[in-house]
Structure formats: C-alpha cells, structure tokens
Write a protein that binds this ligand. Structure first.
Ligand code: ADP
Ligand code: MG
Length: 342
C-alpha cells in the first residue's frame, strides 16, 4: 500500500467543457477521503480515472512510486489492485454468501486453505461470520451491502473506490450503512475514496473531505477544519448551515473578532475598508440578550430545537437555533459572537 497521488489531472471529453481540470490531490495510505460536490461536477470521472476506466487527458496518477496513468499510458483496471463499489451491488442469487464473497478469488485461481481463510476474514470484517451459508435472498438490504463490501475486500485491494453507494437507500438503512463503512474502514485499514453529493454523509464518514465544483478541486481538509475554515463562498455555502453576510468592514482577522464591532458594521453603520463576505454559523448567533433586531422569517421544528431564518434590518439573512418556540414575524434581538471571513 502507498499514497495515491493525482497530479494536475484533467479529463476533456471534447464536449466543449472539460469534466475535470488540473486536479491535484494526495490521498494518504489508510485514509478515508470523501469527494464531495454537486451532481455533474466530475466526481465519477475522477473515480473512473483512478480505477483505470478512463484515461486522463493531462496530468498523472501514481500509487506510491508506481505510475498508474498519464496522458500517454494507462495501466488496465485489473492490474491496479483496486476495488470499485457501485450504487447497485449485484450479488449472485444462486450462490450463498461465502460463494459470492469468494468469487473474485476463484477468478484469480486462488483455492484451498488460502481461499477459505480470506473469505472468513472478509466476512468477519463486515460482521457476517455467521452468515456464510445463507442466500442473498434471506438477508436484509444492509446485510447484502455488507456482503458486497466483503467481496471487494477479499482480494486485499490497496484502494477501495465507492461511487455514491448509499444514494438510493432510505434514511434508516443509510445510517446503518454509514456505521458499517466507518467500521469497515477501521477494521480493513484500506485506503478509501468515497464519492457523494451529500455533505452530511461526507462529514460523518471521512477523515478528509475534498470539495469539487465544475471539475475543479476547491479545498481538501478534515471535516472539522472545512466546517470552521471553508475557503471561499462556494465551500462556505456547500458545507454545513450558515448565512453569508456582506459588509464594508475594516475587520482584518478571519475569525473570533470583536462581535460588537462586527455588529455595528452589519447593523448598517458605515464601515471603512473593502467589502467582505462573512460566514455566520447558526450556533454562533445568540438570541434573546443584547443585540441587533431581526425578524423571524421562517421556523423549522427539528425536535430538540427550532431552526430559524432571520432577516436583519438591511434585508440580509441569518440562520440561528432556538430552544424555545418562536413564530414567523417575531422580532428578536440577535448577537453574533463569531464569524468567518470568506
Ligand atoms: P458527477 O459524478 O460529479 O455527477 P461526472 O463525472 O459523471 O459528474 O460528469 C462530469 C461531467 O462530464 C458532466 O458534464 C458529464 O456530462 C460529463 N461526462 C462524464 N462522462 C462522460 C462521457 N463518457 N462522455 C462525455 N461526457 C461525459
Ligand atoms: Mg457521479
């Protein structure tokens, strides 16, 4: 195993707009990277280039010292020692669980004690050791997906590639599978790249999140870092909840500046300096104490709290949480205790 390195990778299908542009990215060995971005931004294309189903138009892909592909040569998928899990995970209905999991070993001519040991290990990694003799039809949806994971793990791939594997599942099964993926990663030690358009899935699962938009990589960082310090409006708007306020401000610091000075600016006191964008997270908006007036525009009940959309006097929007019930039209005092300059 080794680090996966994408260096200035591009893919142009000659459709007038490149699918991927100058993408550079290191995925550390044993890491769990989520590739996050809206539909059509190039995520699947990146995954297919890593797997070897597409050749880059430019740049190079290495696994450690080994060149996997550049614009003039490309190692075929079966020689890359990677496994790709798709949204639909077809299991053979006539084979039992062990037969399904062992299938890739059979194809490679592995038999005997090695075969049985690898199948047992793969099944115990996904906690299905007692299900070897069952048929797929006798399993739950979550168990079937775990069989599919065991099958991709059985050949000890260096890298496991997952393309929106949970996109079609209901919420309950999705949560169960998120746990399975996390556990699978911890127990297998495999390097994983997980494509999704769902930011909460990316944040919950991955050790690092890479945000893409229109074929370009915008930022790569651990989930907490990308939440606290997003680079630019696009990442700020895509990750987590929050509101982006614009003000003319002399404030130079990027976080935790004096909120009274900030509020004076937001409240319309003419500031000096350039116009800046500030991301304000709902948990940094305090309600009911000292502050500036804001009108409740909408209320979403979330069980343990209410998620509010608030309008400031100058028309800019804020988001906030309230533990007590409020109604649209109420006027509250709000204090912003921190913001992040985008
Ligand atoms: P995502 O997975 O993020 O939804 P894709 O990688 O599937 O995005 O697609 C990125 C862009 O490349 C889209 O505009 C898509 O239409 C285009 N694209 C993907 N594959 C091909 C192909 N084989 N031929 C032409 N265009 C393609
Ligand atoms: Mg896709």
């Amino acid at each position: 195993m080794a680090k996966l390195i994408l260096n200035h990778v591009a893919k142009d299908f000659a459709t007038g707009k490149p699918a991927v542009t100058a993408l550079s990215l290191d995925v550390r060995e044993g890491g769990f990277l989520a590739l996050l971005g809206p539909s059509g931004c190039g995520k699947t294309t990146v995954l297919r280039m890593i797997a070897g189903f597409e050749t880059p138009s430019d740049g190079s892909i290495h696994l450690g010292e080994r060149l996997l592909a550049d614009a003039s040569q490309s190692l075929p998928p079966e020689r890359r020692n990677m496994a790709m899990v798709f949204q639909s995970y077809a299991l053979w209905p006539h084979m039992n669980v062990a037969g399904n999991v062992g299938y890739p070993l059979k194809v490679r001519g592995i038999a005997g004690e090695t075969y049985h040991r690898k199948v047992r290990d793969a099944l115990s990694t996904v906690r299905l050791a007692d299900y070897a003799e069952r048929r797929p039809a006798d399993l739950s949806g979550g168990q079937r997906q775990r069989v599919a994971l065991a099958r991709c793990l059985v050949t000890s791939p260096d890298v496991v590639l997952l393309d929106e594997p949970l996109a079609n599942l209901d919420r309950h099964l999705k949560q169960e599978m998120e746990e399975t993926f996390r556990e699978f990663h911890q127990r297998s030690g495999a390097t994983m790249i997980y494509v999704t358009h769902d930011q909460s899935e990316a944040m919950a699962l991955a050790t690092d999140v890479a945000v893409m938009s229109e074929g370009r990589l915008l930022q790569v960082a651990p989930p907490a870092e990308i939440y606290a310090r997003p680079e630019g409006r696009m990442v700020g708007g895509l990750i987590g909840r929050g509101a982006i306020l614009t003000a003319r401000s002399p404030i130079g610091d990027r976080r935790d500046f004096d909120w009274k000075a900030l509020q004076a600016v937001i409240a319309g006191k003419p500031g000096e300096g350039p116009k800046i964008d500030m991301l304000v997270r709902p948990e940094d908006v305090l309600l009911g104490g000292e502050g500036i007036p804001a009108t409740v525009e909408s209320v979403l009940y979330e069980g343990e709290r209410y998620a509010l959309k608030l309008a400031l006097e100058d028309g800019q929007m804020l988001r906030a949480f309230s533990r007590t019930a409020v109604q649209a039209g109420d006027v509250l005092k709000v204090a912003i205790r921190a913001a992040w300059r985008l």
